[in-house]
Design a protein around this ligand. Structure first.
Ligand code: ATP
Ligand code: MG
Ligand code: FE
Length: 356
């Protein structure tokens, strides 16, 4: 099986061809990604209108590049998979409509893929992980813990009740005058900082409710910064280090709760595993803390290579392959409208159309 994947849900335009060999081994034949970070940097965040326009300009070229890099043509792919949600609707329209046009012209099935399902199934592409496992998705738009039971079979165990974790990093950076995107810059500044200087709150820590919250922490950071302004470089470093320590601690508390629950529900699972995905998974402190937490609890820790952890089209093509392989098909893909909101739990109704 060979699938062309297209991703345009946020600020990355991406196209990729992934193949499944006869021996069952997946292979990423090409993975073209164009980040729009520079276009949005001046605004300190993703501007939907600019994003949609940039997708329009870049997508055709990226699809061509993905096919060429893969040494293949549309005639040789078995299906076209595109992100149909959740995300910014302007970008989703660009990607999904392009995919529909290509699928119709080439007479191939269209697969409307949930972006979160792409993240959720990536460890099966990269590490051949078997079900069930836990996914921690920490990006600019999402902060969730998801139980992945099978293809099309997901259960969301926790989500954020306010800001996403990446968003908290970005807002903290903005408050401190650090450039966009905030995450990497907060991490860099934190290296020279004293994590013990500010005792920021650990939101939700110890609470029975499994969810995340980061907006109170953001307020605490603002208050601390205002109280000692003007900020020296050392002040900024100390705030970043203290912030990073607080979010990591809060994250570890939430995740350990989920590991416990997984143990209780799957006492016989042979190789329980936690997978991290999303841009925040690049953070070294977050990574090492989760890795240790998993090791201490007898869980495997799977962190796909960063290029496949952040938004990309290989994960969309792969989700398409998983759906084809599982026989999850239904002939309404061409009528599928982009969904700006599309919770992963509601994905089970699979979508495949004839392309006509
Ligand atoms: P979506 O949520 O729809 O997947 P996104 O584009 O917001 O989309 P990603 O591209 O996966 O998500 O990740 C971007 C986020 O990750 C940004 O908020 C960024 O600040 C954060 N991030 C990136 N690197 C780091 C880092 N080293 N430490 C902390 N946060 C980081
Ligand atoms: Mg992104
Ligand atoms: Fe994403």
């Amino acid at each position: 099986i060979r699938v062309l994947g297209i991703e345009t849900s946020c600020d990355e335009t991406a196209a990729s061809v992934v193949a499944l060999a006869d021996d069952g081994r997946p292979q990423i034949l090409s993975n073209a990604v164009l980040s729009q970070i520079e276009e949005h940097a001046a605004f300190g965040g993703v501007v939907p209108e600019i994003a949609a326009r940039a997708h329009v300009e870049a997508l055709d070229g990226l699809i061509e590049a993905a096919l060429t890099d893969a040494g293949t043509t549309l005639a040789d792919v078995d299906a076209v998979a595109a992100t149909a949600g959740p995300g910014l609707v302007g970008g989703l329209i660009v990607g999904l409509m392009t995919a529909k046009a290509i699928a119709a012209a080439a007479g191939k099935p269209l697969l409307a893929v949930n972006h979160l399902e792409g993240h959720a199934l990536t460890p099966r592409l990269t590490d051949g992980l078997s079900f069930p496992y836990l996914l921690l998705l920490v990006s600019g738009g999402h902060t969730q813990i998801v139980l992945v039971r099978g293809v099309g079979d997901y259960q969301r165990w926790a989500t954020t009740i306010d800001d996403a974790l990446g968003e908290a990093f970005d807002k903290t950076a903005k408050m401190l005058g650090l450039p966009y995107p905030g995450g990497p810059n907060v991490e860099k500044a934190a290296r020279a900082g004293d994590a013990a200087r500010f005792a920021f709150p650990r939101p939700m820590k110890g609470e029975a409710r499994p969810d995340f919250s980061f907006s109170g922490l953001k307020t605490a950071v603002r208050q601390a910064a205002t109280a000692i302004a003007p900020l020296s470089e050392q002040d900024v470093a100390d705030i970043c280090a203290s912030f990073q320590a607080a979010v990591t601690d809060a994250l570890a508390d939430r995740v350990s709760r989920a590991l416990e629950r997984f143990r209780a529900e799957y006492p016989d699972a042979a190789g329980p595993a936690l997978v991290v995905a999303g841009g925040v998974a690049a953070n070294r402190l977050v990574r090492s803390t989760l890795e240790k937490l998993c090791a201490d609890n007898g869980f495997g820790f799977v962190a796909p290579p960063l290029a496949l952890c952040t938004d990309n089209a290989a994960m969309i093509a792969w989700a398409g392959i998983e759906r084809l392989r599982a026989g999850l098909t239904q002939a309404d893909g061409i009528d599928f409208s982009p969904r700006s909101r599309w919770p992963l739990d509601s994905v089970s109704a699979p979508v495949v159309g004839s392309g006509r």
